[in-house]
Design a binder for this molecule. Sequence first.
Ligand code: ADP
Length: 207
Amino acid sequence: LRTISQLYKTSVLKAPSPDKQKFKPNSSYLNRITLFQGDITKLEVDSIVNAANKRLLGGGGVDGAIHAAAGRKLYHECTKLNGCETGFSKITGAYRLPSKKIIHTVGPVYSSTSADQKAKELASCYQTSLDLALENSLRHIAFPSVSTGIYGYPIEDATHIALNVVRKHFESEDDSTFKLDRVVFVVWSNKDKSVYESLIPEYFPPS
Ligand code: ADP
């Protein structure tokens, strides 16, 4: 198991040239994100996000891994949720997982002919997941790379969307809102890890 304090920190990141930085340096944001390579079901964090399908009853990829590790009670709770539309998210207990809650988000199935619509839906997955974490006073949220497996979303485009939504969320916080301590981006493959490592500094440039 990986506790929140043991998670790999993104301290090795190098600042990109200023023209590639999409946001101003702000270490207080960079210090709240983590890139972790490995199995999301092993994370001892307040919430993990599941890349689910509309039925919310389990499937392949990370969805299958989460349902297998959480156990049958997760499936049972999911049968009561009545599914979920693309771009939206629903929350459940985490049962046998070390996390407290699971946020199930339904990513779009990618298609290049309606890329703008898909981008909006994917951004909405990240946004509605963050909203649920905040509403439930969850201090951490760990995201897999939603839609980039079986659903075919190009990893670079999807990573830009994930990082942009999280950065904008941090910028929108004010003193009255509950604040997330940490957002964890979970990658499985080396390729995905290197995409995140190269794009994180554009959205979270080190000071
Ligand atoms: P989608 O159907 O939304 O594309 P997938 O589960 O097929 O979802 O893939 C989403 C991402 O999750 C992919 O990058 C895949 O490699 C990754 N993944 C698969 N299993 C795990 C796991 N146990 N922990 C973290 N990420 C995983």
